[in-house]
Design a protein around this ligand. Structure first.
Ligand code: KMH
Ligand code: ZN
Length: 304
């Protein structure tokens, strides 16, 4: 892994996993998503990873029309790097999931590197009051849900989006996904430097223990050497401890309400910017600096 003294903070502002009833601070409308992304960028996030939602129900919405209004505002008011999800929600088909990236051709798009169980249902124990019927239904349905990212799906995304110069945030939820990425590297379908987002603590993927983090890093180091840039995403309570581990080792970090609703034990984060500030404190406390958008463009070799 190429170590960096400038740390790229990604902020994933809303996602598709948490539901509006879980936190009043989860951005749902286009105006809320725009404000959250701009606030995160002002607090020090270099990249904003974006999903859209139906403004009434908060249900994930992968139509380009849902993305357009907040993308316009963010681009007017910030120079941050835009990263559009191709994960959408785990129950969507890949053709639907790539529509926003296909339409808006961002600098970065996420790409999930393997199929997996995606266990949302444990949240049914923690959160019991739901305003919309789709919320508990979606969580319950995850008992029998496979987040499908077959080799054919991954190749389809690479071939459809790669020609537009879009670079990828390769989301790897277990060591197998690193090997899948290595397979595409060997076939010449992905180009270094690879922006590898290792994901910890999702039920269905690797856990959030420090040994899990080290095992993913060692495996990525062995497979990719200097050809990758390492970033981490810890789900829920794993978010900041894992961010701290990564930063201490010269890796990059991702925070945001997509990945965790919390700002500390039992304390809901009041904004995405608050989580960015917490990550920034860790980074600067370690004597490191956060990367500006242009520095991130250089580190990740984005099209700019
Ligand atoms: N929700 C995260 C664990 C995507 O958007 O492509 C993974 C994610 C998927 O960010
Ligand atoms: Zn996402």
């Amino acid at each position: 892994m190429a170590q960096s003294r400038k740390i790229v903070i990604t902020c994933a502002v809303t996602g598709a996993i948490h539901t509006p009833s879980m936190s009043p601070h989860l951005p749902v409308t286009a105006a809320e998503i725009a404000e959250a992304a701009i606030g995160a960028a002002e607090a020090g996030a270099t990249i904003v990873h974006l999903h859209a939602r139906d403004p009434e129900s908060g249900k994930p919405d992968q139509t380009p029309q849902a993305f357009e209004p907040f993308l316009k505002v963010i681009k007017q008011r910030s120079d941050c790097v835009i990263n559009l999800t191709t994960g959408g929600a785990p129950w969507m088909r890949v053709e639907e999931r790539i529509l926003p990236a296909q339409t808006f051709k961002p600098e970065v798009a996420s790409l999930n590197m393997g199929s997996m169980n995606f266990g949302l249902f444990p949240m049914l124990n923690r959160f019991k009051e739901f305003k919309h019927s789709w919320e508990p239904e979606a969580l319950e349905a995850s008992r029998d849900l496979v987040f499908r990212n077959s080799f054919k799906d991954i190749e389809f995304v690479l071939r459809t989006l790669g020609d537009d110069g879009i670079r990828f945030e390769f989301e790897c939820y277990d060591t197998a996904h690193l090997y899948n990425l290595h397979h595409f590297l060997e076939r010449g379908l992905v180009k270094p430097p690879l922006f590898v987002q290792t994901v910890f603590g999702i039920l269905g993927g690797i856990g959030g223990h420090p040994e899990d983090v080290m095992h993913m890093k060692r495996t990525a180091d062995r497979l990719f050497g200097d050809q990758y840039r390492w970033s981490v995403l810890g789900a829920g309570r794993n978010q900041l401890p894992i961010a701290a581990m990564s930063a201490a080792m010269g890796g990059h970090v991702r925070v945001g309400l997509e990945d965790s609703l919390w700002a500390g034990p039992g304390r809901l984060a009041e904004s995405n910017a608050q989580q960015v500030r917490l990550a920034r404190q860790i980074i600067e406390g370690l004597g490191l600096e956060i990367a500006s958008p242009d520095e991130a463009r250089e580190i990740l070799e984005l099209k700019g």
